[in-house]
Write a protein that binds this ligand. Structure first.
Ligand code: LLP
Length: 432
């Protein structure tokens, strides 16, 4: 977790607020975010690139190369789309990577600039393309020939010219969970790098498209630098081939995917990432674009939950908590590891527990085999839950979604109210 989450006087705090106070005021389960941690993550990324870029450019400038624009960070909204978080990033100057009209609406509602939005995803509908075109987004990341044709049609019908980038699948293995690997030939994403040139040529022939960039996104929770280096080299080969054909790009978008520490992982630091990319990129004139999601929010949030029951069993002990797979589905879906921290650690002999929720599935677990000293009613923090926690939550078992709270120094802001049960079937009706 970010250093903004820390033990003080025997109790876990977020910035200056004890988590017990949040549980008392807002109940549980509740997602808790730290404004300082979010800001810190954004600034660390941006400044790593600024300094790597500045130092790499010194020799190039001396050689008379044009000064490249600073990289553009397009926060991947899917990681955590809460308006307060989007607004915070927008105020810090961030752009956004979206994958639906819904995400675009959130960006706009949060005060984000459409002119800093890139639109990714393999299945954009005509309606979504139109809305994004009319909003004036920075770029459509095109993932197939039929999508290219559809965008040409939609743009023609609106009398506009759509800025496009081709999402290239560089066929490199990011060595992460198979469900979140996206840059291999067997994945549905992007256009095979051997076919990319043909797509650019096709795009060049489209009256309502303007080629502006190239992009890739090879996967998520990547903990090695080599796959990024390989992907970038493949992308740059294409950039050069395109230039030779007179197709000059304005930006190169390397996607997101840089991993965070959940437990023992040692992902590359943002400085190492920035230095490697900048070194390979050299003094090219294009603007670099990134789409980090998890890195911006993952360790800036936790899920606060309360122990309902302790249930000893013949094989295992269960700590049954009031958060479940519907609140945080990463363990059920990917067998993901999240640290479990007692909010007020107790002295005594630890017991081995599986931390599970009330949902009626054996897959409903949040953590397995954890040594904890627990009593009924204790508060637990499920760490590193800021990314793909709330955004992947559901109402399974007709459970209202958790509240979300942002800590800012000693202040608390409820940035999403806990859902009420009545809301859950508001749109439903009985048969006549
Ligand atoms: N750009 C594109 C086109 C993406 O598909 C994604 C994530 C990102 C950027 C941001 O990737 P990040 O920096 O967050 O790794 N639910 C999974 C992660 C799914 C990621 C999907 N795409 C999880 O909980 O681990």
């Amino acid at each position: 977790m970010d250093a903004m989450f820390h033990l003080r006087g025997g109790a876990l705090h977020v910035e200056d607020v004890p988590l017990q106070a949040i549980a008392e005021r807002f109940g549980t389960p509740t997602y808790v975010y730290s404004r300082a941690a979010l800001t810190g993550a954004y600034r660390a990324f941006e400044s790593a690139f600024r300094s790597a870029f500045e130092s790499a450019l010194v020799p190039a400038r001396a050689a008379g190369a044009a000064r490249a624009r600073p990289p553009l960070v397009c926060y991947a909204v899917k990681a955590n789309p809460n308006l307060a978080i989007l607004n915070l990033f927008a105020r810090l100057g961030s752009g956004f990577d979206i994958v639906s009209a819904g995400e675009l609406a959130r960006v706009v509602a949060a005060g984000g600039a459409p002119s800093r939005v890139v639109f990714s995803g393999v299945g954009k509908s005509a309606a979504e393309l139109k809305v994004a075109l009319e909003a004036g987004i920075l770029c459509f990341n095109i993932e197939s020939i039929p999508e290219l044709h559809r965008l040409e049609q939609v743009a023609g019908a609106c009398g506009r010219v759509a800025p496009v980038s081709i999402r290239v699948n560089p066929d490199v293995n990011p060595n992460t969970h198979p469900y979140i690997t996206t840059g291999l030939n067997e994945n549905k994403f992007g256009v095979n790098h051997h076919d990319a040139l043909a797509l650019y040529r096709a795009a060049r022939g489209c009256r309502h498209l303007r080629i502006t960039g190239i992009d890739c996104h090879i996967g998520s929770q990547i903990t090695e630098i080599a796959p990024y280096a390989d992907a970038l080299e493949r992308i740059l080969e294409l950039v050069d081939q395109l230039a030779a054909e007179g197709i000059v790009l304005e930006h190169v978008d390397l996607g997101g995917g840089l991993g965070i520490r959940y437990s023992e992982e040692c992902p590359p630091s943002v400085d190492e990432y920035a230095a490697t990319i900048t070194r390979i990129f050299g003094a090219r004139p294009q603007r670099l674009v990134f789409e980090p999601g998890r890195l911006m929010v993952g360790n800036a949030g936790l899920l606060l939950t309360r122990v309902e029951y302790l249930k000893p069993g013949p094989v295992k002990n269960f700590a049954i908590v009031d958060a479940a797979m519907n609140d945080l589905m990463r363990p059920a879906l990917y067998e993901a590891y999240h640290e479990v921290l007692p909010v007020v650690p107790r002295a005594g002999d630890a017991c081995w527990y599986d931390v599970v929720g009330p949902v009626c599935e054996s897959g409903d677990w949040l953590a397995r085999n954890r040594a904890l000293v627990l009593e009924e009613g204790d508060l637990l923090a499920i760490a590193s839950a800021g990314a793909y926690g709330m955004s992947m939550s559901s109402n399974y078992n007709t459970r209202p979604r958790a509240a979300e709270v942002m800590v800012d120094g000693a202040n608390l802001h409820e940035v999403r109210a806990r859902e009420r049960i009545e809301q859950l079937f508001e749109g439903e009706s009985l048969l006549p």
